[in-house]
Design a protein around this ligand. Structure first.
Ligand code: XMP
Length: 183
């Protein structure tokens, strides 16, 4: 729930999601994923850096054999607005052919990041199945339509920090997710 904050969190205008809410929702998502993929091995591909804490909490709730790979992808370059240019390694450094893949990102915003990674992943050799999980889905018009299969929270179109998400490299270590004070 939204609330005013002070002290160590005073750079936040408000907390959007507190640590308990995030932990409870991520645990529930992980259990749903585990049930949906029951009987299979799951290959999780996480997009860093923003989804670092999300994936760490999520995979520990999935009671299945899991392989975890990461890709570093960037479209914000430290600011508050997407540049529209998604930068990532030219080739996947791992083989996803025939695997059940869960692609994990922190936020679905313009849709450019997930759609670029999905295109590349399909080019590299089709997985047996491909699902996407995002912690946050922003309520806005997408530049590329992407269906997220697992969504933690739907939020308004505001810039958020905390729980892995940053502004100019700061605030990733906040256990909550909040809106920065404009000043
Ligand atoms: P797109 O626009 O490609 O965005 O769907 C996905 C990536 O953009 C970053 N992003 C944010 N990062 N606060 C952040 O710290 C935000 O409000 C925000 N919105 C988008 C994020 O890295 C995400 O993976």
């Amino acid at each position: 729930m939204s609330q005013q904050v002070s002290g160590v969190l005073s750079n936040l205008e408000r907390v959007l999601l507190d640590a308990d809410e995030i932990q409870a929702r991520v645990a529930a998502l992980g259990q749903t994923v585990g049930a949906d993929f029951a009987g299979n091995e799951l290959t999780v591909v996480v997009l860093l850096d923003g989804a670092l804490f999300f994936v760490a909490d999520l995979v520990r709730q999935i009671d299945l054999p899991v392989r975890l790979y990461s890709l570093t992808v960037s479209s914000y370059h430290g600011g508050m607005v997407s540049t529209g240019q998604v930068e990532m390694a030219p080739k996947f450094p791992f083989d996803l052919k025939g695997r059940h893949v869960l692609l994990v990102d922190d936020i679905l915003d313009t849709g450019l990041t997930l759609s670029s990674v999905i295109d590349k992943l399909q080019e590299a050799g089709p997985p047996a199945s491909l699902k996407t999980a995002v912690l946050l889905r922003k309520d806005r018009q997408r530049e590329r339509e992407v269906a997220a299969d697992y969504v933690g929270f739907d939020i308004a179109d505001e810039f958020v920090v905390g729980y892995g998400m940053d502004y100019q490299g700061h605030y990733r270590n906040l256990p909550c997710i909040g809106i920065l004070n404009p000043s």
